[in-house]
Design a protein around this ligand. Structure first.
Ligand code: NAD
Ligand code: GLY
Length: 362
């Protein structure tokens, strides 16, 4: 095993470390200090468990932790309250008390479900994030947003609830399908667009190596992404302001995911197309020039991502779904726009005619 980077999400009494490296899942000394009771429940899915559960369980055995497991069906379509109930049922049946720890082993779907189950079980037990997709390593495992989908909207049921630690084992990315790696790169590119033009330029230089899964480049991309996310979350944990910039492209993207049926467009794919739509609106608003679109589209394409939404969605459908976005206030759709590459802000002060154009011409 090789621990390459550690950084802290500094949230006072809810602070926790993010550990990034290779071969970390089987390291009992890494996870051990974050297990405060004598028991744990591992939540994983039918794809990830056969690959990585053994290594994790060996480290739990080495620490004398009595542990159980819940293996959920794979997929965004299963990110439901029913999955949370399955976890709570297992915790109760196997008599887990308030000192137990829920361990999420998988991508963002597992992390979001397991974190939410931990937040409600006996009014809250500890949980640990072991993210195994690029998307979950750079985004969903950090920051404490947990939850599940409702048929009428993505992530509509959930809680802010921070983990005890995040352990991102880059070696798990070896088995990730290409399409999922690309989906993770969408969120990596997002950090460049919203906060860090130098990182965006670094990504332009190294995109081929990232797509080829160079471990040192992936570890660097995870580190920079997590550092940016941590700083934003530290400033605004519960999204009363700044944190919303992490949602660049997400209002459009969530509408695409919802309207195309959960799981048909991957979250990262929908975000990629949504970011180009947000850039288009920013151009129409006179905030940025065409060069930002050209560079972004080129980078997203090299990352293997879509840069336009599906043709099947009409303006009214978009507006209907976007109106229930969690950023919407009093019926106004708040959108993340760019005032420069590397400088995002949240706005309701855009011309609705421009939004209409963005929704019809993209
Ligand atoms: P996912 O969890 O569905 O994982 C993608 C696929 O890869 C699944 O089929 C999974 O079983 C498989 N997989 C996972 N790890 C693997 C591995 N190492 N090898 C082979 N296959 C593996 O999707 P995701 O992209 O990780 O996460 C998307 C979810 O995250 C969405 O539900 C999204 O809403 C959520 N999200 C949450 C936040 C947050 O802040 N909480 C942020 C961004 C996204
Ligand atoms: N992925 C957006 C956030 O964590 O706020």
């Amino acid at each position: 095993m090789s621990l390459l980077h550690t950084l802290e999400v500094d949230l006072g009494e809810r602070a926790y470390p993010i550990q990034i490296g290779t071969g970390l899942l089987g390291d009992a000394d890494l996870i051990g200090p974050h297990l405060h009771g004598a028991s744990a429940l591992v939540v994983s899915n039918s794809t990830v468990a056969p690959l990585y559960l053994d290594a994790l369980e060996q480290s739990l055995v080495a620490r004398d932790i009595r542990h159980d497991r819940v293996i959920l069906d794979d997929g965004e379509a299963h990110k439901t309250l029913a999955a949370v109930e399955t976890i709570v049922d297992a915790l109760l049946e196997r008599r887990h008390d308030r000192r137990t720890t829920v361990i999420a082993l998988g991508g963002g779907v597992i992390g979001d479900i397991a974190g939410f189950a931990a937040s409600v079980y006996q009014r809250g037990v500890n949980y640990i994030q072991l993210p195994t997709t690029l998307l979950s390593q750079v985004d969903s495992s950090v920051g404490g947003k947990t939850g599940v989908n409702h048929p009428r909207g993505k992530n509509m049921i959930g809680a802010f609830y921070q983990p005890q630690c995040v352990i991102a084992d880059i070696a798990t990315l070896d088995t990730l399908p290409d399409r999922e790696l690309s989906a993770g790169l969408a969120e990596v590119i997002k950090y460049g667009l919203i906060r860090d033009a130098d990182f965006f330029a670094w990504l332009e230089t190294h995109i081929a190596g990232l797509v080829a899964r160079d471990p040192a480049l992936l570890a660097e991309a995870v580190l920079v992404s997590c550092r940016t996310k941590a700083r934003v979350v530290e400033f605004d944990e519960r999204e009363s302001g700044l944190r919303a910039i992490l949602n660049l492209g997400h209002t459009f993207g969530h509408a695409i995911e919802t309207l195309m049926g959960y799981g048909n467009w991957l979250h990262g794919e929908a975000v990629a197309a949504g970011m180009v739509m947000a850039i288009d609106l920013s151009i129409r608003e006179g905030l940025i020039d065409e060069a930002v679109r050209e560079r972004s589209v080129a980078l997203l394409e090299q990352a293997g991502l879509p840069t336009a939404p599906p043709a099947a969605i009409g303006v009214d459908q978009y507006l209907d779904v976007m109106a229930v976005d969690k950023k919407a206030i009093d019926g106004a759709i708040r959108l993340v726009l760019l005032r420069a590459l590397g400088d995002a802000f949240v706005s309701t002060d855009y011309d609705p005619a421009n939004l209409h154009q963005t929704l019809t011409t993209n």
